[in-house]
Design a protein around this ligand. Structure first.
Ligand SMILES: *Cc1c(COP(=O)(O)O)cnc(C)c1O
Length: 377
């Protein structure tokens, strides 16, 4: 089949021609029995299968472990759940204060505005409500959500997510942004989206022009592997950056995909060339059926130790784990403090060399005192 450039570059064409079934994929790619069973069963009960032709084209057919393929082609392992795996690993449902609105932290909320994405990541943390196959529905009622936001003046930061908010039409998205901007205490708006990676064609001039009117607006993308940062993606990201939108990236640490410091190093260097600052790297949430993706925290810390100092400081993301059951994001850091002594603190630098800094216990007590009495700043 030949496809015109005009069609290929049209995001509506890409969406309309997404791959949805085993039969469609098998015409173009030889699948393993694990993938066949994944497509037959996991995509019917856990999380739907959907893939833009653009992202499908990035799969290396010669490599059964292709990092693009592993993120989006279902596998039979998804049907296996361990006792500690959950359907709502971050405990979002219990912090839902209005339909689609999760209020966990003091000053900011997560606003889930759709349950659909351009393609589905097999380790989706919201597979319980995303894609519409798992039984639980994402309740949305903009009226109730906006009422809550208006009445809660402590909320100064709204993170729009889903599903993928950039799947909404420009006009629906604009209506949301306009309504948020009408609330005076909302200072910043953020969008969390993987569309620039799955469907870079969606980042049109008209979208950027519209977004630009709602500053301060921040946007986080989701890239896990340097192969995802193609020329098309780079152009899309440049358009967003040129619209004055500060860009961040959130990655998930995934076994066999990016659990290697060379790959992460290449990823973060490529991200900053695309004007995206690496923000978070997540420990994989305890979603049911994701054990085959899980990397031990110890290995994650090792990867972080091999980043800090070895590349641009602001290219180093914060490694976090979402506290299972609803603890929120907990930072994970390699330990650079060897110990506190009477008169000094012993420190390790990025190369493993040891340094001593004067002032031990006393300094630490003073710091605690300041924090409690609020005299800092
Ligand atoms: C991640 C998250 C946020 C945003 O957290 P930041 O650390 O500010 O990026 C807000 N609310 C919920 C429920 C979240 O999971």
């Amino acid at each position: 089949m030949s496809i015109s450039d005009k069609d290929w570059n049209d995001w509506h064409w890409q969406l309309k021609n997404r791959l949805h079934s085993l039969e469609q994929i098998e015409k173009q790619l030889a699948l393993s029995p694990e993938e066949q069973r994944g497509l037959r069963f996991a995509s019917k009960e856990k999380l739907a299968f959907s893939l833009t032709p653009y992202f499908f084209n990035l799969i290396d057919p010669q490599n059964p472990d292709c990092p693009i393929r592993r993120q989006v082609i279902p596998r039979v392992e998804e049907l296996v759940s361990l006792p500690y795996e959950m359907s709502d690993p971050c405990g979002e449902d219990k912090d839902m204060v209005a339909p689609g609105l999760v209020h966990r932290y003091p000053d900011r909320v997560l606003f889930l505005v759709t349950d659909r994405c351009a393609s589905y990541c097999r380790y989706c943390t919201r597979s319980r409500i995303v894609s519409g196959v798992s039984g639980q529905k994402l309740e949305t009622d903009d009226k109730l959500a906006f009422e809550y936001l208006k009445n809660h003046r402590e909320v100064r930061d709204v993170l729009i997510s889903g599903g993928d908010p950039l799947l909404l039409s420009d006009s629906r998205l604009e209506r949301l942004l306009r309504q948020l901007r009408e609330i005076p205490h909302i200072e910043i708006i953020r969008i969390g989206t993987r569309i620039p990676i799955f469907l870079p064609q969606r980042i049109t001039d008209s979208l950027c022009k519209m977004l630009k009117a709602y500053h301060p607006l921040w946007l986080n993308i989701h890239a896990n592997h340097p192969k995802e940062l193609t020329m098309e993606v780079k152009i899309a990201l440049e358009k967003l950056a040129d619209a004055g939108i500060p860009l961040g990236n959130q990655s998930v640490l995934l076994k066999g995909i990016n659990d290697d410091h060379q790959i992460i190093l290449e990823l973060v260097r490529k991200l900053i060339r695309c004007r995206v600052r690496p923000y978070y790297i997540y420990q994989c949430d305890l979603i049911q059926g994701t054990d085959h993706f899980r990397v031990p925290i110890k290995k994650g810390l090792e990867i972080m130790r091999n980043l800090r100092g070895f590349t641009t400081g602001f290219a180093v993301p914060q490694y976090v784990v979402d506290g299972p059951g609803g603890g929120g994001k907990i930072p994970l850091n390699p330990d650079y403090v060897i110990g506190y002594y009477e008169d000094k603190v012993l420190l390790r630098n990025y190369e493993g060399k040891i340094y001593s800094y004067p002032g031990g216990q006393d300094t630490k007590q003073e710091e605690n005192y300041d924090r409690q009495s609020g005299t800092c700043m």
